[in-house]
Write a protein that binds this ligand. Structure first.
Ligand SMILES: Cc1ncc(COP(=O)(O)O)c(C=O)c1O
Length: 374
C-alpha cells in the first residue's frame, strides 16, 4: 500500500522532501545504543586516533572559568596567528563552528535556489544534504577510476548559471590530493565570475606528504576563492567544533561572516585552537604517526590482494569483493568501527581511519577474517 505524504505549509517543501537527517555513528551514539565503546576502536569517522597536544588540554583547563562570557566571533588571537603564517589580511579570515558551518555558509552566500554548482564526487557526505537544502542545481562529477578528480569534467560542467565550484583536497574518501598541475588548471580555468571553494579539511596531511601550497597558488588567481580548514583532523579536536576560512578578499569574507551565528566559536574552542596552532612539535609528531599507520594499512590491504587508493590522509579506502556495509557490521562485532562509502555505485568500497600500530594490525586481521568468511 502506498501512503501519500501530507505537506505542511510552514516548512520549506525541499526540507520536507529530503530524507531524515543522517547522524554519523559517533561514540556518543554507539554508547546510547548500548555498545561498550571502550571495546570499540573508532576507525570510522576520520577523527584523530591520537590525543591532542597536552598544551591544548591545559589551555582549555585554564579558560574553563570564563564560560559565563560570550566568545569573540572574530577570534582575534587566532586570526593574528593565521595572518602571520599565511600572509593574508585578518579581514579575509572567518571562523566557524567546525569547517562544515563555513562550507554551508559558502554555499549560501553564493547560491540562490536554482543556481549552479559543480562538485567532484564521491566526497564528504555532508555536501549532498547542504546542496539539496540550498536547492542548488549541482553537477556532480564522478572521480576517475584511479580516484583522481576529472578536471576536464569539472571545467566542462561550468555553464552560465554556475556560481560556485567546490573541490575537496586532499579528498575524503579517496584520500589523494590535487597536484600543482591539476590545481593550476582549475585556478586558470574557472571563470572570474565563479567562486572557487576549496575544502582543505585534510590540509596538514597533504602538506606533510609533499602536496602543493594551495594558498600561495590561489593568490595568483584573479577571480574569487575561499579555502576552508578544520581543527577536527590533524589537530585532534573534532569535539571542539572549530574551523576557519581564508578568503580572497574582505568583501567575500564579510559575506561569509553574515551566514554564521553571532557567537559561533566557543571560548574553549578558541583557547584550544590557539594552543594547537602554536604546538607545531606535537602536530609534526601526529603527522609522522599517521603517515606510518597509513603505510601499515596500505601494505596490509595489498597483502590481502586488494588495491587501496594511494592516500595522503589519516584514512585509507579500498574496494572489496563484497558489500561494504555488511563488512562494517561484521567488523563492529569484532570491535572495529570502520566506514562504508555511502555513495550510489560504490557499495563495495570501505574506508579505514588510521589508528596506532595495534589498532591497524587488529583491524586488518579482523577484515581478513570477515572477507574470508563472506
Ligand atoms: C572533507 C571534509 N570536509 C569537512 C568535514 C567537516 O569537518 P568539521 O569537523 O570541521 O565540520 C569533514 C569531516 O569529516 C570532511 O571529511
Amino acid at each position: 500500500m502506498t501512503t501519500t505524504r501530507e505537506f505542511v505549509p510552514y516548512i520549506r517543501r525541499t526540507l520536507q522532501e529530503m530524507p531524515p537527517k543522517f547522524d554519523p555513528p559517533t561514540e556518543g551514539f554507539l554508547r546510547h545504543q548500548g555498545f561498550d565503546t571502550e571495546a570499540v576502536r573508532p576507525m570510522g569517522l576520520n577523527e584523530s586516533m591520537f590525543p591532542p597536544s597536552p598544551k591544548v588540554v591545559e589551555a582549555v583547563r585554564s579558560r574553563v572559568h570564563m564560560i559565563n562570557r560570550y566568545p569573540d566571533a572574530q577570534c582575534p588571537h587566532l586570526t593574528d596567528i593565521v595572518t602571520a603564517r599565511e600572509g593574508v589580511p585578518g579581514e579575509n579570515i572567518v571562523w566557524g563552528n567546525g569547517s562544515e558551518e563555513l562550507i554551508q555558509g559558502t554555499i549560501h552566500l553564493s547560491l540562490a535556489p536554482g543556481d549552479g554548482m559543480v562538485l567532484p564526487v564521491p566526497t564528504f557526505w555532508g555536501y549532498r544534504a547542504m546542496v539539496r537544502a540550498a536547492e542548488a542545481d549541482c553537477a556532480y562529477i564522478e572521480m576517475l577510476p584511479d580516484g583522481k578528480v576529472d578536471i576536464d569534467g569539472v571545467l566542462g560542467a561550468i555553464g552560465n548559471k554556475t556560481r560556485l565550484v567546490f573541490c575537496v583536497t586532499p579528498n575524503n574518501p579517496s584520500g589523494g590530493y590535487l597536484d600543482a598541475d591539476a590545481l593550476s588548471r582549475l585556478i586558470d580555468g574557472i571563470p572570474d565570475s565563479v567562486l572557487f571553494g576549496i575544502d582543505e579539511a585534510y590540509a596538514e596531511f597533504g602538506r606533510h606528504a609533499g602536496g602543493p601550497d594551495l594558498i600561495a597558488m590561489l593568490k595568483k588567481r584573479r577571480g574569487p576563492w575561499v579555502v576552508v580548514r578544520t581543527f577536527s583532523k590533524a589537530y585532534a579536536m573534532a569535539g571542539m567544533r572549530i574551523g576557519y576560512a581564508i578568503c580572497s578578499d574582505g568583501d567575500l569574507a564579510q559575506a561569509l561572516r553574515k551566514t554564521t551565528c553571532t557567537f559561533n566559536v566557543p571560548i574553549l574552542a578558541q583557547a584550544a585552537a590557539e594552543a594547537a596552532l602554536l604546538d607545531t612539535e606535537h602536530l609534526n609528531k601526529l603527522l609522522d604517526w599517521v603517515a606510518e599507520g597509513r603505510a601499515q594499512i596500505t601494505e596490509g590491504l595489498k597483502a590481502m590482494g586488494l588495491d587501496p587508493f594511494p592516500s595522503v590522509t589519516n584514512f585509507v579506502s579500498v574496494k572489496i569483493p563484497v558489500n561494504g556495509r555488511d563488512v562494517t557490521v561484521a567488523l563492529l562485532d569484532r570491535g572495529y568501527q570502520i566506514h562504508a562509502w555511502p555513495d550510489p555505485g560504490y557499495e563495495n568500497f570501505i574506508r579505514i581511519t588510521v589508528g596506532n600500530r595495534d589498532d591497524n594490525a587488529g583491524c586488518l586481521v579482523a577484515l581478513k577474517e570477515v572477507l574470508a568468511a563472506a
